[in-house]
Design a protein around this ligand. Structure first.
Ligand code: KG4
Ligand code: ZN
Length: 361
């Protein structure tokens, strides 16, 4: 039995979790910064890092307390080292290094995207491979082929905006608040999603890459034509129809590309993760595609879709079990890639003689 303390601060959530044996989440604490960034309609990096600094200590302490444990009973410390906002990442990396060093615990560096891909495993540990993983969040939109556990091959990525970013920007344009995804999801329900016919991007070079900036511009043009810019909820049915049509375009683009990749590679296990995986229209599109293509779709529980540390803890077990530890000079890497060259972090000088699977409790 092993326990990992995981820390996640890549964007605007300060999160810590204690995870036991891969998928038993003993605690998962998330301090959201939505109140800090809402009036700016997006994340302000300097404010995010400052809030992380204020929250990281209490959040880690609360995660340990809620798990009914102490650092004496932790076997490793895992942290998101990238990608993300560098100032935000640094707070988590520094905290994790300090805790691990002071307690002579191994340190594990986790790619935030690996955390998202692994998030459905918290709920369903035995998901079969090969799998296609669609990661759709505020900072990232990418499709990874996973021929087996612990292998990630980048199949497609966004050429411009991430899907969640498009939700946030459209919501900001229309005066629907931040974060935009949940607001659009709720308001679009029962609206006419065929009221506007928005374009779907297709790459000229035949790649599977996504693009959402053309769609965002089309929404801006139609909103201006219809006098809906900044109208907010008072815009009534026309605003609801506009966002429902936008939402349909995003969901269909994501699912069409996933279907093309799955068909090409003969894959029928589909993972969907990240904040936008909460979107009900997307989930419905995935369910419909699953019925047509014979897929089984795995998604995280709602609490594990948006940024959290439990998914970082789950992913960390793959590294822990393989003895892949980070060195003490671990740094934050804002543009860390997943899948391009899966190179493990250099082995750390193990400060403690006992092995990574320290047991005895
Ligand atoms: O995974 P996440 O917490 O952060 C990143 O790693 O970027 O995702 C946050 C994003 C935001 O853009 C938010 O608007 C979007 O996820 N989101 C949603 C929904 N809930 C959150 N988008 C569409 N529908 C939702 N229900
Ligand atoms: Zn994320």
């Amino acid at each position: 039995m092993a326990r990992i303390l995981a820390i996640e601060t890549s964007c605007d959530e300060t999160a810590a979790a204690v995870v036991e044996d891969r998928c038993h989440v003993l605690s998962s604490v998330i301090a959201s910064q939505d109140d800090v960034h809402a009036r700016f309609g997006g994340v302000v990096p300097e404010l995010a890092s400052r809030r992380h600094l204020e929250c990281i200590g209490p959040v880690v302490a609360e995660a340990l307390e809620r798990a009914g444990t102490t650092l004496d009973r932790i076997d490793a410390v895992a942290v998101t080292s990238g990608p993300g906002l560098v100032g935000s990442l640094l707070v988590g990396v520094c905290a994790a290094k300090a805790i691990a060093w002071s307690r002579s615990l191994p340190l594990i560096a986790i790619n935030h995207l690996e955390g998202h891909v692994r998030s459905p495993f918290l709920h369903t540990p035995g998901i079969p491979f090969p799998a296609m993983a669609l990661v759709v969040s505020g900072g990232h939109t990418a499709l990874y082929r996973c021929p087996e556990e612990d292998v990630y091959e980048l199949v497609a990525r966004t050429r411009d905006d991430a899907a969640g970013e498009a939700f946030d920007k459209v919501a900001k344009l229309l005066g629907l608040g931040y974060p935009g995804g949940p607001a659009i999801d709720a308001l679009a329900e029962a609206a006419n999603e065929r009221a506007f016919d928005f374009p779907r991007a297709a790459m000229k070079d035949g790649s599977l890459d996504f693009s959402f900036s053309g769609l965002k511009t089309a929404v801006r043009v139609r909103a201006a034509e219809a006098g809906l810019v900044g109208k907010g909820r008072e815009g009534g049915e026309p605003v609801r129809d506009l966002i429902a049509s936008f939402q349909r375009a995003v969901a269909e683009a994501l699912v069409d590309t996933t279907a093309r990749a799955c068909r090409r590679d003969g894959i029928r296990t589909v993972l969907v993760a990240g904040g936008v995986a909460r979107n009900r229209r997307l989930r419905r599109a995935l369910d419909e595609a699953a019925a047509v293509h014979g897929w089984t779709v795995y998604a995280p529980a709602p609490a594990h879709t948006t940024d959290n540390a439990a998914m970082i803890g789950e992913a960390a077990f793959l590294h822990f079990e393989r003895g892949r530890f980070a060195s003490w000079d671990l740094n934050a890497d804002a543009s860390l890639k997943l899948g391009a060259s899966p190179s493990p972090a250099p082995a750390a000088p193990r400060p403690r003689a006992s092995g990574p699977t320290r047991s005895g409790r």
